[in-house]
Design a protein around this ligand. Structure first.
Ligand SMILES: [Zn+2]
Length: 313
């Protein structure tokens, strides 16, 4: 199961205590996912679809608890989604007892169309949860940090974005093909979002992945840094040895000053020793920077002599 689906299944275990919150979550699901259509010219059917069996169960029980009716559930195979199951939870508005009067039915339609009906903080959180369960997804944080909610309705996308912004979450909205996408990118922001909608297990999972990722990155940084230093040292050592060998070849090595020639012979004899170690072999011993200075000087002399020879060829 994908990270997203696992997370949604966990989220379905969140218990809504207040009826107001159940309504809010359900309304959000309807808004991003619901369709109302007429059957046989008279029956209005409200339909919700999902690929996640736990989300389907939640849709079912929310409808049952909120409206006191028994919704119908149908399972279909989706050709588009490689034969995955699609769950369709539907509610016959006309025949359900809570909507005996036309005003009740109008009330539900109003509820679905009203943009500001969710007022209290508890309901707003449930509302966001409904959007996520109805049309949201989260990318596996091992790959990247990304949460999105998809809707066909431009204004709804703006509403969702603004609501998230009011919770101090830096959500953005964009258009992708025929859909509007509300998305959250940074790990911190995603953690806040998961906390708000009550996805506490996913929040812990994400935090764990994040820590591991950061550890892996810093270990890589250290290793890279050490490797870079090491190769710098090896390069320098090879350069010095080449210079010294060149001076020997053109019989210039013994013409160097004593301080330079003694370090040159040590370098040739101990190619794997560090500058510090070479310095300690001298009598009197000198420090690392002194050794470095002398070897650089040898490099310079070799380079100048080489240049001269090339010019007089
Ligand atoms: Zn509430």
């Amino acid at each position: 199961m994908s990270f997203s689906n696992t997370m949604k299944s966990d989220l379905c275990r969140v218990i809504s205590e207040h009826k107001c919150c159940m309504f809010s979550e359900l309304i959000a699901m309807f808004k991003v996912n619901g369709v109302v259509f007429e059957e046989n010219n008279c029956t209005s059917i409200l339909k919700l679809t999902t690929e996640n069996v736990n989300v389907a169960k939640r849709m079912y029980s929310l409808i049952k608890d909120a409206f006191n009716v028994q919704p119908r559930v149908v399972i279909r195979k989706s050709k588009k989604l490689k034969d995955h199951n699609i769950f369709i939870v539907s509610l016959n508005i006309n025949t359900c007892s809570s909507f005996e009067s036309a005003s009740d039915k109008a009330g539900l339609v109003n509820l679905l169309n009203n943009r500001d009906q969710v007022k209290s903080q508890c309901c707003k959180k449930a509302y966001l949860r409904g959007f996520f369960l109805g049309a949201g997804s989260i990318t596996n944080p091992n790959n990247c940090y990304h949460v999105e909610i998809v809707t066909k309705d431009y204004h709804l996308a703006q509403d969702i974005k603004n609501l998230l912004n009011r919770f101090q979450i830096n959500a953005k909205a964009t258009k992708r093909k025929n859909n509007y996408i509300v998305y959250i990118k940074e790990a911190d922001q995603i953690c806040d979002f998961l906390n708000i909608i009550g996805a506490h297990k996913a929040l812990l999972d994400l935090e764990n992945i994040r820590i591991l990722k950061e550890m892996r990155n810093s270990v890589n940084r250290i290793v890279n840094c050490e490797t870079a230093n090491l190769s710098k040292v090896v390069d320098a050592s090879l350069r010095h040895i080449n210079s010294i060998k060149y001076l020997k070849e053109i019989s210039e090595l013994d013409k160097l000053s004593k301080s330079l020639s003694e370090i040159a012979y040590l370098r040739l004899e101990y190619p794997d020793s560090s500058l510090k170690e070479l310095g300690l072999m001298l009598d009197p011993s000198i420090g690392k920077s002194g050794v470095n200075h002398r070897l650089k000087k040898i490099d310079q002399i070799a380079e100048e002599l080489h240049k001269l020879k090339e010019e007089h060829k």
